[in-house]
Ligand binder design. Structure first.
Ligand code: PLP
Ligand code: MN
Length: 392
C-alpha cells in the first residue's frame, strides 16, 4: 500500500488474489482488467491520427494511483488530470508526478498544500484559475515556497460552471498571471464543456464542440495573442469521454482529458458513438441477493451507499432490457423488480451474486475503498481508492 494508506480502522480488501470473483465479499467494485486494457488500446488508436494531441486521462473517475499507473502505461500518456487536491496528493504519493489540477484551488490552507505538492522533487503540477484575487494568492504562496507554479485560465465555453468569459476577459486574466512571473507561469487555457459529453447523437455532440466550444476557444486564443501573452507551445486542454475525438479534430486543442473511458457506466454506454470511440464496461458492483420475498421482487445488499443513482438506475449483466429493474430500497438495500422477467428471475435467488453496471462511475467509485481487479473469473489483486471521500 502507498504510504498513508494503512489507516487504522480502514476495512481490509473484500477479496483475495487467486480466488474466484464470485467469492468476493459484497458489495464490492470489480475492475475487468482485459476490458480496461481494450479501452486503453482503443483510445490510443483513436488518437493515433492526432499526434499533436496529448491524452491526459482524468483520475477523478477512479481516484486510484494504481489504476492511473495502468492507464498511463497502456495509453502511453505522460500524466493525469485531477479534480481535487487530495486526488493530486494521492497520485504523487503513488508515483504519478505529472498532473493538471483541472479546477480552481481556493483557501489559504489548500493553496499552501498545493505549493508544497508542486515543490516535491520531480513533480510537474499545473492548476486553473478564473479569479484575479486567486491569482495573487497563488503568486504569494508560490513565491514563499520558492517555486514557479504553472497556471492555466479556465474559460467558460458554455457549461456555465466555473471559468471566465471567452475573449478579452480570458486575456486579462492570462496577463495577470504573466505579471506575476516568475512565481507563476501562464500555461494555457482549459476549454472543457461538461454538458456536451452526454448528448446522445454523434452529429449533435460533434456540432456542439466544432461550433460554440471551438469558437469560444479560438476567440480566447486570439485575445491572448492580441494581448501579447500567447505562444503556440501553450496548452489548450478539454474534452471528456463523450467528445475528446472532436476536440482532437479541431486542430486547436492539443490535450484531451477523457476519464470515464477507463471504467465506463450506463450513462456513457447509452451515448451513440462511432466504433473507434466505443468503450466497454470495465466497472461493476458485485452484490448479493439478500432476500426474495416474492417471485417478482428480489432485494440486493447494494443500496445508495454502494451505487450512485444520480444518472438513473444501474443495470444487471446478463438480463434483457426491461426484465429486471433496479430501484432504491434505501441506503443498504436495492430492490429488483422482476415482474417483467422469466428466465432472469433464476439469477436472483437468495445468496446469488449479481453483476451490476453502475449508471455513473465517478460518484459510485467514491463510495468504495477498494477495486477488485479480475481476469478470467479470478481475482488478481485489490487496489485502494486512496482519494475517495468528500474531496478536500
Ligand atoms: N475534465 C473536466 C474538467 C471534468 O470535469 C471532467 C468530468 O467531469 C472530465 C474532464 C472527464 O470527463 P469524463 O469522465 O466524462 O471522461
Ligand atoms: Mn462523470
Amino acid at each position: 500500500l502507498p504510504a498513508g494508506m494503512a489507516r487504522p480502522g480502514l476495512p481490509g480488501p473484500p477479496a483475495r488474489a487467486g480466488f474466484p470473483v464470485a467469492a468476493t465479499d459484497t458489495p464490492a467494485l470489480l475492475l475487468d482488467l482485459a476490458a480496461l486494457e481494450r479501452n486503453c488500446a482503443r483510445i490510443k488508436a483513436a488518437l493515433g491520427p492526432f499526434p499533436h494531441v496529448a491524452l491526459r486521462p482524468h483520475a477523478k473517475a477512479h481516484k486510484s494511483s494504481a489504476v492511473a499507473a495502468m492507464t498511463l502505461e497502456l495509453t502511453g500518456a505522460r500524466g493525469v488530470c485531477c479534480q481535487k487536491l487530495c486526488e493530486a496528493e494521492a497520485m504523487v504519493d503513488g508515483g504519478i508526478n505529472d498532473i493538471l489540477l483541472s479546477n480552481e484551488i481556493i483557501s489559504q490552507s489548500k493553496i499552501e498544500r498545493l505549493c508544497q505538492l508542486a515543490a516535491r522533487p520531480g513533480v510537474k503540477l499545473a492548476v486553473l484559475v478564473d479569479d484575479a484575487g486567486n491569482v495573487s494568492d497563488l503568486a504569494r504562496e508560490a513565491a514563499r515556497a520558492n517555486i514557479q507554479l504553472e497556471v492555466l485560465v479556465e474559460v467558460d465555453v458554455g457549461q456555465n460552471r466555473c471559468g471566465v468569459a471567452p475573449g478579452p476577459a480570458t486575456a486579462a486574466l492570462a496577463s495577470a498571471i504573466v505579471s506575476h512571473s516568475p512565481a507563476l507561469r501562464f500555461g494555457g487555457l482549459q476549454c472543457y464543456h461538461g454538458l456536451t459529453q452526454h448528448i446522445r447523437s454523434v452529429a449533435e455532440r460533434r456540432a456542439a464542440i466544432l461550433g460554440p466550444v471551438l469558437a469560444a476557444t479560438k476567440a480566447s486564443i486570439a485575445a491572448c495573442e492580441a494581448a501579447g501573452v500567447w505562444s503556440p507551445d501553450l496548452r489548450v486542454t478539454g474534452g471528456g469521454t463523450g467528445t475528446f475525438i472532436f476536440e482532437a479534430e479541431t486542430g486547436v486543442f492539443n490535450e484531451v482529458q477523457a476519464g470515464s473511458f477507463v471504467l465506463m457506466d450506463t450513462d456513457y454506454t447509452d451515448n451513440d458513438a462511432e466504433d473507434k470511440v466505443k468503450f466497454e464496461p470495465v466497472l461493476h458492483c458485485l452484490a448479493t441477493v439478500m432476500s426474495r420475498p416474492l417471485p417478482e421482487r428480489a432485494v440486493l445488499d447494494a443500496g445508495t451507499k454502494a451505487l450512485d443513482l444520480g444518472c438513473g438506475p444501474p443495470r444487471f449483466v446478463g438480463t434483457k432490457p426491461g426484465t429486471a429493474t433496479y430501484r432504491s430500497g434505501g441506503d443498504e438495500h436495492g430492490i429488483i423488480d422482476l415482474s417483467g422477467a422469466a428466465v432472469e428471475s433464476d439469477m436472483f435467488k437468495v445468496g446469488s451474486v449479481v453483476w451490476v453496471q453502475p449508471s455513473h462511475c465517478d460518484p459510485t467509485v467514491n463510495l468504495h475503498d477498494w477495486f477488485v481487479l479480475h481476469r478470467d473469473g479470478i481475482v488478481q489483486d485489490c487496489v485502494p481508492i486512496e482519494a475517495r471521500g468528500p474531496g478536500r
